[in-house]
Each structure stands twice: as structure tokens, then as C-alpha cells.
Design a protein around this ligand. Sequence first.
Ligand code: CP
Length: 320
Amino acid sequence: MKNFFSVRDVDNVETIVREALALKADPYNEGNLGKNKTLGLVFLNPSLRTRLSTQKAAMNLGMNVMIMNMDKDGWALETQDGVVMNGSTVEHIREAAAVMGEYCDVLGLRSFPSLKDKAADYSEDLFNKFVSFCGVPVISLESATRHPLQSLTDIITIMEHKSTVRPKVVLAWAPHVKALPQAVPNSFSEWMCRAQEEGLVEFVVSHPKGYELNEEFTNGAVISNDLNDALQGADFVYVKNWSAYKDYGAVYSVDESWMMDNEKLKLTNNAKVMHCLPVRRDLELSSEILDGPNSLVIKEASNRVWAAQVVLKRILESNN
Ligand code: CP
């Protein structure tokens, strides 16, 4: 593995899940693989889980870790070429990324979308430039359109907790008060569509009209605008809000009937409920579910370590 940006960086989902679960069973087995190697984690946006789980995964492999909060501690970045830098930007990404690549053997980058300019966000210009200029392997810690470490975690968690050969997995849109990126649902969908192709899951996406995701990510999924119908017989429900893709960044309403609660859970096959976190209680997902026996959210967050560790392991093995 050279870089980790999407499901396309993985040949076979089932194989990488098995490898991650083997690391979970024996976390320090590869404790020297990363000896004298440095991971740099670069954040342009906040993070709890991604920051700590990736750091822990790297330490399990014997790596050194440096963290740069670029949004707070770095110079204001210019990302466009041909700009006379006589405004607020201080350092060009060409130099900034190249310098970080001199200090690190592997880099991780988190950068959220603007949600204002669809073409710019979906071009992944910043992530691609970072990869081009840093000269070392790059792991996405969530980019404008995808969150692959989260999605790998999610399929690990589903495979670990499934009680049928091919569980029904429903991605259920949930209400929110802010315009959130499509990165998590895009990424979850592309990983689930691949898992469906491999015969691992049956995948349904449910959202109100207007919240259609880019079809590039949902190709192969059943799409339903009727949540109660979608939930029938579900084994896993993945709750997540996102803003509109077509009317880019729009939030139409906070429709409370889309919040997942115990009444809706009765429609399912006693489904396990997942969320990437952070979650807004009793807006996106009811407290009764979060505090109840069907919630997998803490176990899911715990599995972030094994997703990060298997990705780092593969990158270190490929680049040793
Ligand atoms: N799920 C997730 O990526 O959490 P953080 O934003 O806290 O890293």
C-alpha cells in the first residue's frame, strides 16, 4: 500500500478485516516494524478519535509520532499556484508539505470540505497536492469527500459483531442543526458497496428526498426514502447526518421523525446501532439507544486503533 485514501487502496475487504482482527488479538506482534520511523499527523480541523487511535496504532508498531495542528499552530497555507502571496497566506503547500516529508516517513492529513464549492471540494485538490509535494506515503485522516479509516473500522466492527452470514446494513440519515460534510456517508457507502460485491453484506441507504449522495459512492446500494421500510429486518443501522450533495451543503429541515430511537429499533432484527461519533444526543440518536444494549458506538470507536494499525502496517511493509 502506497497511500490510503479510499477503498480502491484495498484489494480485498475481507482480507484486510481479518488482518486487522489478528492485530487486535495480538497488538504488539509487529512492535519493531516501525522502529526508527516517524509518523506525522497533520490536522487542519478538530479530532478526538482519529488523532488518538492513529497515534496509539503507530506506537503499537514502534513508531515515533509527531502531531501538527496546522489550523492553530501552522502558518496560513496557500494552496493555489500562480498566486502573488501578498494577502493573508504565509506559506505555500509546495514548501510546507515538502518540509514535513523531510521530517516524517509517513504522513496523515485531515482536511474538511468548504461545503461552498462542490467542484473544488470533490476535486480533493488539497489532499492531492499534499500527496504530490510531501514525497512520502499519506494516510487520509478524513478528506473533503471520504473518511476511509472510519469506514474500515466500520466494516471491521460489522464483521466482528455479525450473527448472520450476510447481514443487512442500513445507512440511515439523521437530523442535525449544522451542515455536515458527506465524507463519512460517502466513504461508508463505497466500502459497503464493495463489501456487498464480496458477498459480505446487503446494503441499503435511507434518507429524505434531497439528501441523495453522489451516485459514484452508492452504486449497487438500494436507496429508500422510507426509513421504516428500510429498517425492516436490519441487522446493523449506521446513523449519520449529512448535508445535501446536489444543492451543495443545503440543510432543508430538522425532521425529528428521522431520529433513530427504540420504537424504530422494533422494526429491525434487533439491530446493532452504529455512529462514527461525535454524536448529538437526542437529535441524531436517542440517549436510550446510546446507553442501551444495542449500541456499538464505543466498541466501534475502539476499533479505530486496529483500522489505523493495519493500514500503517501495510504501508510500512510496502515501503521498507
Ligand atoms: N469519527 C471521527 O473521525 O472522530 P474524530 O473527528 O473525533 O476524529
